[in-house]
Design a protein around this ligand. Sequence first.
Ligand SMILES: [Zn+2]
Length: 243
Amino acid sequence: MFRPLRYLLDLFFPLLCPCCRKPIDSESELICPSCKGTIRLTEHVVKQGNMVEQMFGDIQKVTCAASFAYYTDESALRRAIHALKYGGRPQLGEWLGQWAASEMKRQNEEWFDKVDAIVPVPLHPKKQRKRGYNQSYEIALGVAQVIAKPVIDDALSKVVDNPTQTHMTIEQRKQNSQGVFLLNNLRATELRGKHLLLIDDVVTTGSTLRDCIRCLTPLRGTTIQVMTLAVPANNLRSSTLNT
Ligand SMILES: [Zn+2]
């Protein structure tokens, strides 16, 4: 951006950290260093059989899975994802995706090696129109910058706008998310035999991602790797982050 204009914008609308609401000095950071420092990384990429892999342990097509960091109700990461989903800040998704992928790659250089393409979990069109963007797609864009693979954002579509899961039990969530995604048959040839990186913002029970994986199951030779930004650190029921 033209510098004097950027200066004026910063003067009147300083970029605020979504976690603590304090102004951020750096042009390249979207979360302030002190909040960033509190985010607890999972290091799942170096932990075979980690808690996210266990959620998909019964699905052969899933070769590995990982969340980038833990969140709790009061954590900086929860606030950042809340701002990404409900605060009209899509840039946070790309920034978080880029940070997550570079850090995960640093932890395990080979973790992304087999990926051919990135598939974000879709939003229902009605919800996407209202929000203006799909947060998982924004995260995928950030990941793509690090691993240099294409994002295929129309591989899946969400055809049922299921109610928000905030106050549901785990059982209700599982039922709520079944059969709501469809595979785009026009993309089938392209996706067949590929290794796909399926991306979502948060994984709680794994039911949304399982439903997406079920749609990809008919593709012969296709394998899947799951990545999310966040996973709850403790009680799943305390989670208040939903699509
Ligand atoms: Zn902050």
